[in-house]
Design a protein around this ligand. Structure first.
Ligand SMILES: Nc1ncnc2c1ncn2[C@@H]1O[C@H](COP(=O)(O)OP(=O)(O)O)[C@@H](O)[C@H]1O
Ligand SMILES: CC(C)(COP(=O)(O)O)[C@@H](O)C(=O)NCCC(=O)O
Length: 318
């Protein structure tokens, strides 16, 4: 197995073509079982099982190698210090554009990582739970900025992840509904000291913005052990967003409690026009200004082609 090194002197990343990466599946123990396949199929996402096997199986092994190495470092450090503090969860951040498929990546990895004996308990949190409620976004004139860094309660998100990485036994996060397009009042998700926590969201690789004595220069990503950026040509992501919007007319938008009930009856032309407008005025500027500039901060970049398949994998040199 030879890793093609695009620019050995200048790049901190090792690059693998899809074929090179898929070869690693042969070197990966624990091939998918029937039960794994059934669970992944049950996710309801249009992901090909060959993709899971060729791309995500080796990726899950690579991530457990990192996690096991951190575990060994914890043991060695504890022995040296004579400390008995238990190990904190191994945290994986997943970043990328709206509609690039972050949630599928996160859910597939959750399933695969849980099969490895060193990480049976894997939990997943999405950062949309930390969006400010619509009432506050409206008050601040930010409704057309949903997903931009300023539309989140960034301090609450940072405190959440800091508590997880401080070893707090139970940490709660608020929950967002894509259907009602708002935070669900009085609902929360609780993270109870898992082996692995996956944190998925548009802006998780943002560097710290404010540096004052009261607000220290810490970002969510400072608490990640490993991070993944799901990448694709913005023109492809725009097309995926529009295609998904068209199909939501018969599913999510058709629900009685949908914030977008009116969209369910749009014609194809009207729906394409509406989706294009949302993409061009909200999601594309957010991708260009805030999300894409964080790509090179990731440990691993998964680059997708027009058909959603991962065409290359880029990994930081160690
Ligand atoms: N308007 C919507 N109604 C229902 N579900 C949605 C809506 N928009 C997005 N989703 C779902 O929310 C999840 C996150 O979507 P998104 O933020 O675009 O990120 P990604 O596509 O990268 O996972 C996906 O599972 C998507 O299908
Ligand atoms: C909820 C989102 C901001 C994503 O949040 P994330 O979990 O990535 O923090 C996004 O999916 C979204 O709804 N954006 C608003 C513009 C739009 O409706 O496409």
């Amino acid at each position: 197995m030879t890793a093609r090194n695009n620019d050995a002197l200048a790049s901190p990343f090792l690059s693998f073509t899809r074929a090179e990466w898929a070869e690693l599946a042969h070197n990966t123990p624990l091939p998918l079982t029937d039960a794994d396949v059934a669970r992944v199929r049950g996710l309801g996402d249009p992901i090909d099982l060959a993709e899971v096997d060729q791309i995500y199986r080796p990726l899950s092994r690579l991530l457990t190698l990192h996690s096991e190495a951190v575990g060994a470092l914890h043991q060695a450090t504890s022995a040296f210090l004579g400390e008995r503090a238990s190990r904190t969860p191994f945290v994986i951040g997943i970043a990328g554009s709206v509609a690039v498929g972050k949630s599928t990546t996160a859910r597939v990895l959750r399933e695969l990582l849980a099969r490895w004996p060193s990480s049976p308990r894997v939990e997943l949190v999405t950062t949309d739970g930390f969006l400010l409620p619509n009432a506050i976004l409206e008050e601040r004139g930010l409704m057309a900025r949903k997903g931009f860094p300023e539309s989140y309660d960034r301090q609450a998100l940072r405190h959440f992840i800091a508590a997880v990485k401080s070893g707090v036994a139970e940490v709660s996060a608020p929950v967002y509904s894509h259907v009602t397009y708002d935070i669900i009042p009085d609902e929360c998700v609780t993270v109870s000291h898992p082996d692995v926590l996956i944190v998925e969201g548009l802006n998780v690789l943002q560097p710290a913005a404010v540096r004052t004595r009261e607000s220290p220069a810490l970002a969510v990503s400072d608490y990640f052990d490993v991070s993944i950026y799901v990448d694709a040509d913005p023109a492809h992501v725009r097309a995926w967003y529009i295609e998904r919007f068209l199909s939501f007319r018969a599913t999510a938008f058709a629900r009685e409690d949908s914030y977008f009930k009116n969209y369910a009856s749009l014609t194809d032309t009207q729906a394409v026009e509406r989706a294009s407008f949302i993409w061009d005025t909200i999601n594309a500027p957010n991708l260009e200004r805030n999300i894409e500039p964080t790509r090179s901060r990731a440990t691993i970049i998964l680059r997708k082609s027009r058909n959603h398949a991962v065409e290359s994998v880029h990994m930081r040199k160690i």
